[in-house]
Design a protein around this ligand. Structure first.
Ligand SMILES: *Cc1c(COP(=O)(O)O)cnc(C)c1O
Length: 415
């Protein structure tokens, strides 16, 4: 391990980067190549490449069983899964969702001319705050879109109760929460429908892919029609639809990944426990914890940098790590409500989400997954401990460098 002893050892100040290759938050987990290629060969022999092929059917049956739901409808990606759920449930007007989520949660609504109404979060869980939510309901509200962030269930009971009381539809973005449970029940069976993503960066991937889980037979039927142009048979179009089909090569990958899924989770869990242990004695970092009595995929290592106890900011730490080839990420910064195309409207209508904005300035997601092991984590944590332990010295150094840059920047006369 390349120990950092002096500030000059940091790559931002000219030292050798700790890693030769970049470490990512979501490097794809790859299952058995042999198993995958065997399926691909059989697929090519069959010449059945898409249109509800045998792998898609097997994938759907297996997932419905795994998630303990009546239906799993596989589609081409998680965003389309959300869009189809939204369309099939006939949402319109306004839908309430958290702002602290991946932008696709909001885009899936706006793409269908539904106004995303952003709600603040509970800073202790990072999930939507049901108390803020109720005040946002208007006569135009048709639904709630909850997000099981980081694989931890959002307040399912409170959202169900509110949606029942106001006659609203309830959909969950479960993109982070595949193979996770809540109160012993698999995520997938809550609300009217739950949408999953199997994008390459998720711990379980089908290259691109996703799907909708539901216990509603009629809804499942509508989703199946909608993902296939509304075709109910040859020449028979019975509804509006799009092309949201999952193809056979993606389903083959999904079936292959299922064989290794428990190993991926075990690896993520070991990484998670190691990070927890390494950060135990570091007061300026708090790490998000998972409820170990639930099933969990442990795919995100999420820390918050406390700017009251550290003189080095989250952004500066991220930059320092990046130069060491540790590609830590500020997730969901600055919050969906402040991203184009929602920013203008949020500012004009005076939307402020103090907890979301505070959290978006604190969160850093660290590399994990099967491409990252114990040695890498020791090294990453050593750098973080070094940086936060020398924050006074670093603060001085960064400020000096900033002043140096400013006084030497070649300014043109009319600037
Ligand atoms: C990944 C993700 C999506 C989008 O899924 P894609 O498969 O990339 O379209 C939606 N919501 C959340 C919270 C996600 O993390």
């Amino acid at each position: 391990m390349k120990t950092k002893r002096a500030i000059e050892d940091l790559a931002v100040f000219g030292g050798q980067p700790a890693f030769q290759k970049q470490l990512f938050v979501g490097r794809p987990n790859i299952g058995s190549r042999g198993s995958f290629l065997k399926r691909v060969n059989a697929m090519l022999d069959q010449r059945w490449l898409t249109n509800n092929g045998p792998y898609v059917q097997e994938f759907e049956r297996t997932l419905a069983e795994l998630l303990d739901v009546r239906h799993f409808v596989a589609v081409c990606n998680g965003t389309v899964a959300l869009e189809l759920a939204i369309r099939a449930l006939e949402l319109k007007g306004e839908v309430i969702l958290p702002s602290f989520t991946f932008i696709a949660t909001a885009h899936a609504l706006q793409w269908h001319d539904i106004t995303p109404v952003f709600c603040d979060i509970d800073p202790s869980t990072h999930s939507i705050d049901p108390q803020c939510l109720e005040a946002l309901i208007t006569s135009r509200t048709t639904g709630i879109l909850g997000v099981h962030l980081w694989g931890r269930a959002c307040p399912v009971e409170a959202l169900s109760e509110i949606s029942r009381r106001h006659g609203l539809k309830l959909v969950f973005d479960a993109a982070h929460a595949f193979a996770c449970s809540y109160r012993g029940r698999m995520i997938g069976g809550f609300g009217d429908a739950e949408a999953f993503s199997f994008h390459a960066t998720k711990f379980f991937n089908t290259f691109e892919g996703g799907g909708i889980a539901t216990n509603d037979d009629e809804l499942a039927q509508r989703l199946r029609l909608m993902r296939n142009f509304g075709f109910a048979g040859y020449d028979k179009v019975v509804s509006l639809g799009t092309n949201g089909k999952m193809n056979e090569i993606c389903a083959a990958m999904g079936l292959t990944e299922l064989e290794s899924m428990n190993e991926f989770i075990a690896h993520n869990y070991r990484n998670y426990r190691q990070y927890l242990k390494e950060f135990e004695s570091l007061p300026s970092i708090s790490m998000l914890r998972y409820d170990e009595t639930e099933k969990c995929n442990y795919q995100y290592v999420v820390v918050e940098i406390d700017d009251k106890t550290s003189l080095v900011s989250r952004d500066e730490l991220a930059e320092i790590l990046c130069s060491e080839n540790v590609i830590a990420r500020r997730y969901f910064y600055p919050g969906c409500h402040l991203m184009a195309p929602y920013r203008e409207r949020s500012i004009a209508s005076g939307v402020t989400l103090p907890e979301t904005e505070r959290l978006a300035h604190r969160v850093l997601v660290l590399p994990t997954g099967t491409a990252v092991g114990a040695d890498e984590i020791s090294q990453i944590c050593h750098i973080i401990r070094f940086v936060l332990g020398r924050d006074t010295e670093l603060r001085k150094r960064i400020d000096e460098q900033t002043r140096f840059r400013q006084s030497n920047s070649p300014m043109s006369p009319d600037e």
